[in-house]
Write a protein that binds this ligand. Structure first.
Ligand SMILES: [Zn+2]
Length: 181
């Protein structure tokens, strides 16, 4: 991001990948080129996330199998967290496990209760290669764990079992976006 610019304003809204698309179900690869193409991808991720009113978006959700995600997400104290991270690692998760409603732009219109840790720390780099550390609590910790999952080829549905899983998969089967895919 250039100083003073609003992220995403120069970006292009890209088509979202949906549950079942192979790119969402395989681990993403490390970014090795921190050039203008990466800066463009980050801008497009912001533009796409805002167009769909999401709070986070991973690169494979627009079909790019690279370890990058963006976020604009409140925590439980209504503090806004805005940024992006390249080649992130989830270095710490702790605190109580909380089950809370979770949605995903790759499963439009659906949500389910998913257990996440109340605290998470992610280390990675900016699009220009500067190291960053991101601390999240509450809903923002949930967002960080959700986006890290995407980069490992997992979606929140993979955390569900039994009745919760069956209910979500029934809703997926009935959804308009699933029928056309
Ligand atoms: Zn998601």
């Amino acid at each position: 991001m250039r100083n003073g610019s609003i992220p995403g304003t120069r970006g292009r809204v890209r088509p979202l990948t949906l549950l079942g698309d192979p790119v969402l179900h395989e681990p993403c690869g490390d970014v090795s080129d921190f050039g203008p193409e990466l800066a463009g991808l980050v801008e497009d991720l912001f533009a796409t996330m805002y167009a769909h009113e999401g709070v986070g978006l991973a690169a494979n959700q627009v079909g790019v199998p690279l370890r990058v995600f963006v976020y604009d997400c409140p925590d439980d104290e209504e503090v806004r967290h805005l940024g992006h991270v390249v080649n992130p690692r989830l270095v710490e998760t702790d605190g109580v496990l909380l089950r809370g409603p979770e949605g995903c732009l790759s499963l439009p219109g659906l949500e389910a209760g998913v257990e996440r840790h109340d605290h998470a720390v992610v280390e990675g780099f900016t699009a220009t290669g500067e190291p960053v550390t991101i601390h999240g609590t509450g809903f923002f910790a949930r967002c960080l764990q959700h986006e890290m999952d995407h980069l490992e080829g997992r979606v929140y549905a993979d955390h569900l079992t039994g009745r919760r899983k069956r209910k979500l998969m029934r809703q997926v089967a009935r959804s308009s976006w699933r029928r056309v895919n």
